[in-house]
Structure formats: structure tokens, C-alpha cells
Design a protein around this ligand. Structure first.
Ligand code: RB5
Length: 147
């Protein structure tokens, strides 16, 4: 199950992403928002992040105007590694190296075609599992850090 959320600035791109990934066979849980009325992006970042951190959903996608607010807010939730991506190289690398579990996108930054490619790469790339990456990820989590 893929969790998805957006604010009012990204409603159209969210609809396109849902249609695309459902056509690829993914199940999607949409945490809102659902209208173009102005809303506060941290509310939706938290809903999606909690669904991923709890294990209810395996990965998440968050979209706002820039993707920046969503990524900042999502990364405040323990267990979340949210990557703001504007290219497919970063989307692939953040899965392989960071085991990112949420993708953030900016509807005002990337076009629909590129956004769908980024989503495809993010959802279909596995974490490498290499020891150095496992070690570095462990150092990110406050409780597991030795510093
Ligand atoms: C909304 O205008 C905009 O601030 C929001 O979508 C996002 O870009 C925040 O980071």
C-alpha cells in the first residue's frame, strides 16, 4: 500500500500520480487534501508519515508546491526518511543509499511527465542493503546514534 498526500498546490499532480501508479498495480491510500481550498501542508505530511512509520503503508508520496515544506515536515517524524527529488538519478540513489521511505515532489517545480518517471523509479528501486548504507542510516536515527 502506498500512502499519498498533498496540499492545495498539488492536487492535480496527485490525481495524475494516483491514476498512474494504480494502473501499474499499486494500491494507494489517499490521505488528502481533496479540494482546492487552501490547507496547511504539515497536516498531510504528518498523516502520510504516520502511516508509513507505523507500517500501515510501505512507502509514501507527498506533494506540495515546491515539495520543500512536505519534506521538512515529514522528516520530523521518527522513522521517516523523506527525499525531495527533482530528477530520476536522485530518486534511484535515495532508495539505494538512504532507503528513503517517502518521496516528496513539487508540482510547481517538475512537469507531470518527469514527476511520473521519478515516482516509477522511486517505487521500483530496492535499497542496496550494503553495510555502509545500513550503518549510515542507523546514525541518522537519534536513539541509534553513538554521537
Ligand atoms: C503553498 O502555497 C506552498 O507554500 C506549499 O505548497 C509548499 O510549497 C510549501 O513548502
Amino acid at each position: 500500500m502506498i500512502a499519498i498526500g498533498c496540499d492545495h498546490a498539488a492536487l492535480e499532480l496527485k490525481k495524475s500520480i494516483i491514476a498512474h501508479i494504480e494502473s501499474c498495480g499499486f494500491e494507494v491510500k489517499d490521505f488528502g487534501c481533496f479540494t482546492s481550498e487552501a490547507v496547511d501542508y504539515p497536516v498531510y505530511a504528518r498523516k502520510v508519515s504516520q502511516a508509513v512509520a507505523s507500517g500501515e503503508c510501505e512507502k509514501g508520496i507527498l506533494i506540495c508546491g515546491t515539495g520543500i515544506g512536505m519534506s521538512i515536515a515529514a522528516n520530523k517524524v521518527e522513522g521517516i526518511r523523506c527525499a525531495l527529488c527533482g530528477d530520476t538519478f536522485s530518486a534511484r540513489a535515495t532508495r539505494q543509499h538512504n532507503d528513503a521511505n517517502i518521496l516528496a515532489l513539487g508540482e510547481r517545480v517538475v512537469g507531470k511527465g518527469l514527476a511520473l518517471d521519478i515516482v516509477d523509479v522511486f517505487l521500483n528501486t530496492e535499497f542496496s542493503g550494503e553495510e555502509r548504507h545500513v550503518r549510515r542510516i542507523a546514525l541518522i536515527e537519534p536513539k541509534e546514534s553513538k554521537n
